[in-house]
Structure formats: C-alpha cells, structure tokens
Design a protein around this ligand. Structure first.
Ligand code: NAD
Length: 509
C-alpha cells in the first residue's frame, strides 16, 4: 500500500491533505517523505471550538450515561472496522512496527469496550449520617469540557483513554495532538464522525455538534487549552517540561489538570531471577518502539552475581536485532521520530562515556535508498554498562539507551530504583517471594506501576495508568480513573421533621 492508499483507507482524502498554503508539514519517520501539508488552527479557531465544545457539554450531560456509552460502543465498532488501516497509519506517521501500530488501535478498541460497560457503573456511595432521619450520599456528575493534549509516541491511544471515559462521563472533548502526528488524529476524528453518524441514526439529536473536536498545530494551542476557563479538565501527556507549564497555567485559574509525563523506568534483576525470561522482557521494554515509550526500560539494576552473565546475553541479542523500515514484516526496531531525537541520544551517550560508561551500539543505521537514508533516523539500540547510577541516568532520553548498574543488597536496589525524579514504571525479576513483595510494598518501588516478572512497558487498559513525582501524579484508563472526568457532589437528605445540626451544634432561634 502507498501512503496515499493508507490515508484514503482511513477515511482521509490524501490529495486534499497536501495544501499549498499548509504550514504544518508532516513527514514520515520511516523514510523522511512528506505526507501532507496541513492548515493549522488559529487561536480564533481554538476559541470557537472550545466555546462550541462547552455548548455541546451543556447538552450532552443531559443524555443518560448508558446512551452515552452507546456512542462509545459505536466508536469501538468503527475502530474495529478500520483497525488495520489505522494501524498502518500509526506506523507510517509515528514509525512504530506493524504489530505495535495495530496494537495501539486495539488499545483504543479495548478502552471503548471498557468505557461502554462503565457507562452503567458510574456509581457513588451511600454514607451513614450521624443525625437521626438523615441520609448522606455521593453523586457523580459530568464535569465540562475536557482538553486533551497528547504526545507523538502514542498518537491515538492516549486520546482514546481520555475521550472514551470523558464521553461516557458526560464531557465534551477538545484534542490537541502532537504536531508530529496530526494525520492519525484526523483519521481518528473521521472514525468518531462515522460513529456519531451511526448514533444519530438510532438516537436522533442526542449527540451535539462539537462534542469531539481537533486543534491542529503546536504548543500555543495547548497553551490556550490550559488557560481557557471553559476547559474544566486539561489532561496532558508529554514531557516533564511541557507538564510544568501546563500545571502552572491550569493552577493559575484553579482548574483541574491530569498529567502523564516522562518516565525513567528501571528493572531490578535479582539472583533468583529466571534470566532467560528477564532477557525477553528487558529487550521488548528497552528497544520496543525504538525506546520511545514513556514506560521504556532505561535502567537495569542487576545483582552483582548475575550482572556479567546477563550483560553478555543482552549483548548477543542486541547484536542481531532486526532494525529497519517498520512497514516491513519482521522488523523489531523502527526509526527515531526525528533528527532532534537522534542528537539527544548522541548527547546522552557522550555524557555516559564521560561518566565512565562502556557503550556498545548507538550508531546511526542507514535504511533505504540514499535519500530515505539521509532523511530518516534509525539507530542501533545502545547498551551502556555504568560504574554507578550517575547524572546521565537521572534524565529521560527518549531513545533506546539501556544503562546497566550493579547492586549488592535488595534495599540498595530499591533505593536506586527510587533515586530518580520520575516515577512511572518499574519491575523486579525474582523468584523470591520476599523480594517481590518488598518491591511492591510501601517500602518498595515509588512508581505508579510496579511489576513482578514482566517488563516495564506494555500496560493493559484495565488498570489505572500513571506515575508519581515528576511523572505528574495523574491516572488514566482503567480502575477508577473515570472519577477524574466527573465532579463529585455530596448530598445530605433530611427525611425527619427535626433539624439537628452536625457535631451537636445548637442554634435555637
Ligand atoms: P512534548 O512534551 O514535546 O509534546 C507533547 C504535547 O504537548 C504536544 O502536543 C505539544 O504540542 C504539547 N505542548 C508542548 N508545549 C506545550 C505547552 N507549553 N502547553 C501546552 N501544550 C504543549 O512530548 P513528545 O516529545 O511529543 O512526547 C514524548 C514525551 O511524552 C516523553 O517525555 C514521554 O515520556 C512522554 N509521554 C508520557 C506518557 C505517560 O503516559 N506518562 C505517555 C506518552 C508519552
């Protein structure tokens, strides 16, 4: 399939996406080719769309939640039909290998299924009152406009995590995708429009115009979402630097933010670990998506007694990784997103060497004919044996660099795991139940995700996803993450004829 075929199969008109006046040029990281030139939204467009989303919210909140769930079910239905085409577009625009591209669309489908069921379970509590003839309860109500800012590396799934929940919760959604991946966002909007059209046929007039909209462009549009008092919740996924700005802008107006920021994830490999199992988990977590997942494994904390053996096995596997065009079958490592990512990787490797690290890999790999090879950024994943967990290991470099340090005692390993500013994902490989339990306990990993005998990346949608410290503290996707998208009201109902006051206060008039 050509790029145009993929775009057309996703419901887009490839020819119309190449506008002479387009200021947002979209390149494929697979070969550097130009995919489209798009018109960016202006701040006036953004204001209009936010206002429209607010109007849509005022109507949508009146639609019963299970009917809202029906719209999300239909979205899942359309996504199922377009799974292969959309997956191919994720590969083309974000450079993920094929199975990760379709896997990301599957994740959208999964969260639609989850949210559809959830639409009948948005329940609160009944609470014992201290006063006779009284009852207390908690009710959850729609919140408002949900602004969703997303990163390039999960160009569609993160929108779905937010939008599927927000929609069943009765909110409208305004999405500002990464300027590096606007085509997948346009394709997802087409899928939503199709679902809304099907919903309109069965439930005329219930899904308002402007329920889900898209803002195409760069950071200034994200800033507008953060600053707009009409945006009740800003859910932002991306770098810590971006999160700091969004957090301040939203806090300034006392709005609500949900932050999913960078990770710097570690795995502890203990003496009792099944090393071959660990090896497979390490390689997928460290080099999958070319090291460009928020949950990518970046730090390997290995017991001194097994470090040489594990390092040797890793070096063997790294030497034979299938690096290349992710559109081809059998490739495991696709490209970095752009030249800046490559430079950041080289800078980190330089710093690692200066800090005593022994580096293997990290070189640029030419893929394709001369023009494609010079316009794309494929690399050999790097394995770096470090003498200690030094400064370079405290930062997230969004590239496939795996640092390996040794430890002697399990407490020391946990301290190393927790010593970085980020707190997203972590894992331990151990067949010793005491070590595994300690790692998951209050004295263990300080991350939002703490796994045993699986890697740091590849979370399922059923659990709450997110992390602590500089990762931002937000939780999305499964469990009770839906509560972020609603407002809670506590109701006290008096069914007696008296008016007793709480805490025994007397106020006789
Ligand atoms: P980025 O921070 O450069 O951009 C993310 C989004 O924020 C883009 O849409 C961008 O336009 C927007 N943005 C930038 N500055 C902004 C501002 N001042 N106000 C509002 N919006 C602004 O991130 P990226 O390079 O696209 O993605 C990689 C980063 O995202 C990594 O740090 C990765 O760990 C993180 N990430 C985190 C998660 C998670 O769930 N924790 C998931 C995916 C990616």
């Amino acid at each position: 399939m050509t790029s145009a075929d993929i775009l057309n199969a996703c419901g887009l008109d490839a020819a119309a996406l190449d506008r002479i006046d387009g200021t947002l040029t979209v390149h494929s990281p697979c070969d550097g080719s130009c995919l489209a030139r798009l018109r960016e939204h202006t701040t006036e467009d953004a204001q209009r769309l936010i206002a429209q989303a607010h109007e849509a919210f005022l109507q949508w909140r009146q639609t019963p939640a299970p009917l809202r769930g029906e719209l999300v079910r239909l979205l899942g239905e359309v996504l199922r039909e377009r799974r292969t085409a959309l997956g191919a577009l994720v590969t083309l625009e974000a450079g993920k290998i094929k199975s990760e591209g379709t896997g990301e669309v599957q994740e959208m489908i999964d969260i639609c299924d989850f949210a559809t069921g959830l639409s009948r379970q948005l329940h609160g509590l009944t609470i014992a009152s201290e006063r006779p003839g009284h009852r207390m309860m908690e009710t959850w109500h729609p919140l408002g406009v949900c602004g969703v800012i997303t990163a390039f590396n999960f160009p569609v799934a993160v929108w779905a995590w937010n939008a599927a929940l927000a929609l069943v919760c009765g909110d409208s959604v305004v999405w500002k995708p990464s300027e590096k991946t606007p085509l997948t966002a346009l394709a997802v909007m087409r899928a939503f429009d199709e679902a809304a059209a099907r919903f309109e046929r069965s439930h005329p007039g219930l899904a308002p115009q402007g329920l889900c909209s898209l803002l195409l462009g760069g950071a200034p549009l994200g800033e507008m979402l953060s600053q707009s008092p009409q945006v009740a919740l800003v859910s932002a996924t991306g770098s810590v630097a971006m999160g700091r700005k969004v957090a301040v802008a939203v806090a300034q107006r006392l709005g609500r933010s949900l932050l999913e920021l960078g990770g710097n994830n570690a795995m502890v490999v203990t003496p009792s670990a099944d090393l071959e199992l660990a090896l497979r988990a390490i390689v997928f977590s460290a080099v999958g998506t070319a090291g460009q997942r928020c949950t990518t494994l970046r730090r390997l904390i290995v017991h001194r007694s097994v470090a040489d053996r594990l390092h040797e096995r890793l070096a063997q596997v790294y030497a034979h990784l299938a690096i290349g065009d992710p559109r081809e079958e059998g490739k495991l490592v696709g490209p970095l997103i752009d030249a800046r990512a490559y430079e950041a990787m080289q800078n980190a490797l330089r710093a690692a060497r200066e800090q005593g690290g022994a580096v293997t890999g990290g070189e640029r790999v030419p893929v394709g004919a001369a023009q494609a090879a010079s316009a794309s950024w494929y690399v050999k994943p790097a394995l770096v044996r470090m003498p200690r967990q030094s400064e370079v290991m405290h930062a997230e470099t969004f590239a496939p660099i795996l640092y390996l340090v040794e430890y002697d005692g399990i407490e020391e390993a946990i301290d190393l795991n927790n010593a970085v500013p980020q707190g997203l994902s972590s894992a331990i490989f151990s067949n010793d139940v005491r070590e595994a339990e300690l790692f998951m306990s209050a004295l263990g990993s300080d991350c939002g995700l703490a796994n045993v005998n699986i890697g740091t990346s590849g979370a399922e949608i059923g659990g709450a996803f997110g992390g602590e410290k500089e990762t931002g503290g937000g939780r999305e996707s499964g469990s009770d993450a839906w509560k972020n998208y609603m407002r809670r009201a506590t109701n006290t109902i008096n069914y007696s004829g008296a008016l007793p006051l709480a805490q025994g206060v007397r106020f006789d008039i």
